[in-house]
Design a protein around this ligand. Structure first.
Ligand SMILES: [Mn+2]
Length: 273
């Protein structure tokens, strides 16, 4: 069984649905998808605090079972863990989203030894079976370099949008608990990404195919729709997500996921624009 973790609020619902569809498209082996979410509306986050709900994934269930009868999807609400750990701490409102911090609770809810964490703004472009074969024995995690951070921060600075966790080893070394503790004490610019960087010592650096932060290649396993930079004609930072289909086509000139978009529109009866 391949364990996959995604996390987010209602705002990234389309991204998570598309990610799951893309994973099923390429992977025949059984996958247990875990989706972590939280309701932060009672804590003042308003629209940004709307949780994902079971109904959001209902049309996916029959496809999951058709692809492999052993496939599973579990939606887990970790609001309580988050508020207990991070309310009144310097990283309660991180630069990106509080919903990425909750991957630090994965060893509390996921029993398996290994776990592939994927950001909501990623898509699967090759089988996760090959991914799961990466050797992380005796290591805490496997990651890819951060496309920009390796120049600006440190040459081994990694991007936490895709992480292959060895939970068994993380439990031994206390990596996730130590990262939570550091975030409780100190404001970090990239919050949990920086905490995982500072607290981990046993890492495997994977080829960029596992967290492709630029154009999709034939060998790309995970495409990450993170921020990018264009230098010409003017310096500009762009941030196009996979569910913004017209921008994916017109700006990124990317058509690699058109078949997944078509499947999505048919299954959910809604147009992606
Ligand atoms: Mn991301």
């Amino acid at each position: 069984m391949i364990n996959v973790l995604l996390s987010g609020n209602a705002g990234v619902k389309k991204g998570i649905r598309l990610n799951i569809l893309s994973a099923l498209e390429h992977t025949k082996a059984p996958i247990h998808f875990y989706v972590f979410t939280m309701d932060l509306r009672p804590y003042g986050d308003g629209e940004m605090g709307i949780p994902l709900q079971e109904e959001d994934f209902a049309p996916l269930f029959s496809l999951l079972k058709e692809t492999n009868p052993e496939n599973e999807l579990s939606l887990i609400d970790v609001s309580k863990d988050f508020i207990e750990a991070f309310d009144d701490t310097p990283n309660r409102h991180p630069k990106y989203s509080p919903y990425t911090l909750i991957r630090l609770f994965s060893d509390r809810y996921i029993d398996g030894d290994k776990l592939i964490y994927l950001d909501a703004d990623t898509m699967v472009n090759n089988s996760l079976e090959e991914f799961a074969k990466i050797d992380i024995e005796g290591k805490e995690l496997a990651i890819c370099l951060d496309y920009m951070g390796r120049f600006w921060i440190r040459k081994d600075y990694f991007n936490a949008g895709v992480i292959y966790f060895n939970l068994k080893e993380c439990r031994k070394s206390g990596l996730l608990e130590r990262s939570i503790k550091l975030l409780q004490e100190k404001k970090l610019y990239f919050a949990d990404q920086s905490a995982l960087y500072q607290c981990s010592s046993q890492r495997v650096y994977m080829p960029m195919d596992y967290n492709e932060q630029r154009s999709v290649k034939k060998t790309t396993v995970i495409k990450h729709f993170c921020k990018g930079v264009v230098y010409f004609p003017l310096f500009k930072i762009y941030n196009v997500k996979q569910w913004e289909v017209s921008k994916v086509h017109s700006f990124l000139k990317m058509h690699d996921f058109d078949d997944v978009y078509a499947k999505y529109e048919k299954l959910f009866g809604e147009k992606l624009s």
